[in-house]
Design a protein around this ligand. Structure first.
Ligand SMILES: NC(=O)c1ccc[n+]([C@@H]2O[C@H](COP(=O)([O-])OP(=O)(O)OC[C@H]3O[C@@H](n4cnc5c(N)ncnc54)[C@H](OP(=O)(O)O)[C@@H]3O)[C@@H](O)[C@H]2O)c1
Length: 328
C-alpha cells in the first residue's frame, strides 16, 4: 500500500489527488460499491466521492465504520457528499447534510457540494426528455440562499469544506463575489475528450481545486446519457498508444493524465481501482505525451444535463451558459 499524492486546498487542508467515484450508473448495486470502497481503502485510497442521490450512502457507511474500527483514522479519510436538486430550499440543506452524515455513519464530512446549480427535481432513472413542471433557470439570489445554508454547515462543524459542481464561469463569478465562504473545489466533467481548458484554468486561478468526474469517459454510463455523437476516450489512438508505452490500460492512462494535469479524478471502479492507483504512481508522462493528450480535446460533454431544462425549445447547451451569459 502506497500513499496517494495530495492537493492542498486554499484552507491549507490536504485532499488526496485521486478518489473513488461511487455512482453505480443504475447497474452496480450498493453492496458491490461498498465492497469496492473496502477494497480500494485496502490498496491505499482514502478519498471517496459520495452523494445522497446515488442511493448507496447507507451501504458505504457500514464500510466506512468498518474501516475506522479496523484502524484507519477518521482524519485520514476524505469523504465528500452532495446536496441533491430537490433539497435547495433553506430548510432542507442542513437536514440533507445530517441525513448523509447519518447514512455514512460520520460526525462530519470533509466536503459537501451543491450537486447541480439548478433546483429542478427529477426522479431517479427518469428519461432525459422528462421535465419538471416546476423547473426554473439558475436564479442567483436563490442559489445564494442555498449557499448561505451551506456556509452554516461549516459553522456548525458538519462539513470541513463546501464546494460546487457543474458550475460555469459566469455562475462562479457571481458566487465568488457574494460568498462568505468560497467554494474549495468545483466538481466538473473532465476527461481527455472534454478538457474544459477555460473553466479548468479559471477555477485554479481562483484557488478552487478542480475535481474531475467521468475521468475515463464513463464507459458504463446509463443509456439515457448516451448520444450517437459521443466520442470514446479510451479508444482514441493517442490514448491507446501512450497507454501501451506505459504498460497500462487506456482507462488507467486517462486517470494518470488527469492527476498529472492537476485535477483530482474520481474514477468509478469495482474491478480496476488498484490498476488505476498503480498507474497514477508509475513513471510520469513526458511533456511531449502531455502535449499530445492536450491536443485530442474534442469538447465532447457526456453529462449534458437535459433534465434540468426549464422551458420549451431549449437545447442542453443552454445549461452551460453559452457566450458567457446565464440564460433566463
Ligand atoms: N458531480 C456530478 O454531477 C457527477 C456526475 C457524474 C459522475 N460523478 C462522479 O464521478 C464518478 C466517476 O464517473 P463515472 O462513473 O460516470 O465514469 P468513469 O469513472 O469515467 O468510468 C467508470 C467506468 O470505467 C470503468 N473503468 C475504470 N477504470 C478502468 C480500467 N482501468 N480499465 C477498464 N475499465 C475501467 C469502470 O469499470 P469497472 O467498475 O468494471 O472497473 C466503470 O464502468 C462517479 O462515480 C461519481 O462519483 C459526479
Amino acid at each position: 500500500m502506497v500513499p496517494v499524492p495530495n492537493r492542498r486546498l486554499y484552507t491549507g487542508a490536504l485532499m488526496p489527488a485521486l478518489g473513488l467515484g461511487t455512482f453505480g450508473s443504475d447497474r452496480v448495486s450498493p453492496a458491490e460499491i461498498a465492497e469496492a470502497v473496502k477494497g480500494a481503502a485496502a490498496v491505499g485510497y482514502r478519498h471517496f466521492d459520495c452523494a445522497s442521490v446515488y442511493g448507496n450512502e447507507n451501504a458505504i457507511g457500514h464500510t466506512l465504520q468498518e474501516l475506522i474500527a479496523g484502524g484507519i483514522p477518521r482524519e485520514d479519510l476524505w469523504i465528500t457528499s452532495k446536496l441533491w436538486n430537490d433539497k435547495h430550499a433553506e430548510n432542507d440543506v442542513i437536514s440533507s447534510c445530517r441525513r448523509s452524515l447519518a447514512d455514512l455513519q460520520l460526525n462530519y464530512l470533509d466536503m459537501y457540494l451543491v450537486h447541480w446549480p439548478f433546483p429542478n427535481y427529477h426522479p431517479p432513472h427518469c428519461d432525459v426528455e422528462s421535465r419538471s413542471p416546476n423547473a426554473r433557470p439558475y436564479i442567483h439570489e436563490n442559489f445564494m440562499r442555498t449557499w448561505r445554508k451551506m456556509e452554516e454547515l461549516v459553522d456548525l462543524g458538519l462539513t470541513r469544506h463546501i464546494g460546487t459542481s457543474n458550475m460555469t464561469i459566469p455562475k462562479l463569478k457571481l458566487l465568488l463575489r457574494d460568498a462568505r465562504i468560497k467554494p474549495a473545489v468545483n466538481e466538473m466533467e473532465l476527461h481527455p475528450h472534454f478538457q474544459q481548458p477555460e473553466l479548468f484554468e479559471y477555477v485554479r486561478a481562483h484557488g478552487i481545486e478542480p475535481i474531475g468526474y467521468c475521468p475515463v469517459g464513463s464507459p458504463g454510463r446509463p443509456e439515457r446519457d448516451r448520444k450517437p455523437e459521443d466520442t470514446v476516450d479510451i479508444e482514441d489512438p493517442v490514448i491507446v498508444r501512450i497507454a501501451e508505452r506505459h504498460g497500462v490500460h487506456p482507462a488507467s492512462l486517462c486517470v494518470k493524465w488527469a492527476v498529472q494535469r492537476g485535477q483530482t479524478p474520481i474514477p468509478f471502479s469495482i474491478h480496476h481501482y488498484r490498476a488505476n492507483l498503480e498507474a497514477v504512481l508509475g513513471d510520469p508522462l513526458t511533456d511531449e505525451e502531455m502535449r499530445e493528450i492536450a491536443g485530442i480535446d474534442r469538447n465532447c460533454r457526456l453529462i449534458k444535463g437535459q433534465v434540468f431544462l426549464w422551458k420549451a425549445n431549449q437545447t442542453w447547451e443552454d445549461l452551460w451558459d453559452p457566450n458567457g451569459e446565464i440564460p433566463a
